[in-house]
Design a protein around this ligand. Structure first.
Ligand code: NIG
Ligand code: MN
Ligand code: MN
Length: 315
């Protein structure tokens, strides 16, 4: 198996209301499957990239299965109405082979950079949350050493573990250690999703965060202000959704479920608010695990959140 595989066109199938009228089209009629090197400047608004890896979850002692999420999310996204502007290309999946996570993250980064260089917005379907490291790596290569990147993460967890081996629990510590100009805002932190030591690590590294229970206070006004203040300090922003930020009753299909997680509509509000930022480069959704899902509930929700975020992207 190669590390890069073009998407099986059979994943993009669904109901056909009208074969020719674009106003009746669903994603499966609008998305064009191609190789990365077939992308040409400005023809597409979005470029879907899958990251078929759960090696980071394995290393972090979690429940594996997220490597199957990119194709499962595609199947559900395919059936949704294409109620957005601009065209979408699907440039396939980057796979993690032989547990070589760092190689796969480098390759994901190469894809993200190449898509951005074509003036196309990457929409990355993870993968365990180790997806974010490759996502950041590609965005940073595009931005260049003189430009700063702020990362907005919607997550129950900080993912700032001090483990010697990179995993799905270490990315933000890795990034903040490697790039002193990077910033980290985490929305939806669970009090009982992180040890006291991890809260101390977050403070020590200058991570800004809002607890899950404080997100909806004041009808989001404080949250939006925090997002605004954070975003304007960076040349570019990237956004990542760790699906375990959503309450377990709505998102059971994750490695580490959150019984007291955010409502899906709260996450929708956060994603669409950040997507309206002019300097948001890219977005990933991570930690969907189809193998422990219940009646496809989490995969379906993931597809809706991806569609909502794409629709809200600043144009
Ligand atoms: N990606 C991060 N995962 C969490 C898992 C927590 C748990 O297993 O309960 C973490 O490392 O903190
Ligand atoms: Mn998490
Ligand atoms: Mn995470």
């Amino acid at each position: 198996m190669d590390i890069y595989i073009q998407t099986d066109k059979g994943l993009w199938t669904g109901r056909i209301d009208d074969a020719t009228d674009p106003a009746s089209h669903r994603f499966h009629q609008a998305v064009q499957v191609m190789d990365l090197d077939e992308l040409t400047a400005s023809r597409h608004a979005f470029g879907i990239i899958g990251f078929a890896s759960d090696e980071g979850v394995r290393r972090n002692k979690g429940r594996q299965g997220a490597a199957q999420a990119p194709d499962e999310i595609r199947k559900f996204l395919a059936k949704l109405p294409y109620n957005l502007d601009g065209r979408t290309a699907d440039v396939g999946n980057v796979h993690c082979k032989e547990n070589k996570l760092e190689n796969a993250q480098t390759e994901l980064g190469r894809h993200v950079t190449a898509v951005l260089q074509q003036n196309i917005t990457p929409v990355i379907l993870g993968g365990g949350h180790e997806t974010l490291y490759g996502h950041y790596f590609g965005a940073k290569a595009y931005a260049g050493p003189d430009k700063t990147i702020g990362i907005i993460n919607i997550d129950a967890h900080f993912d700032m573990r001090d483990d010697p081996e990179p995993s799905s629990g270490t990315m933000f510590r890795q990034i903040l250690e490697e790039d002193e100009t990077a910033g980290y805002l985490c929305l939806g932190i669970q009090t009982f999703g992180n040890t006291k030591a991890l809260f101390e690590t977050a403070d020590a590294y200058g991570c800004e965060y809002i607890l899950e229970k404080d997100i909806t206070a004041n009808d989001f006004q404080d949250t939006f202000l925090t997002i605004d203040d954070f975003s304007k300090r960076y040349d570019y922003v990237i956004m990542t959704l760790c699906t375990d930020s959503i309450k377990a009753s709505a998102a059971p299909g994750v490695s580490a479920p959150s019984p007291l997680g955010l409502d899906p509509k709260t996450v929708q509000t956060l994603l669409t608010y950040v997507a309206g930022k002019k300097h948001l480069l890219s977005f990933d959704i991570s930690e969907v695990n189809p193998l422990v899902d219940e009646s496809d509930k989490t995969v379906r929700l993931a597809a809706y959140l991806v569609a909502e975020t794409m629709r809200a992207f600043y144009k």
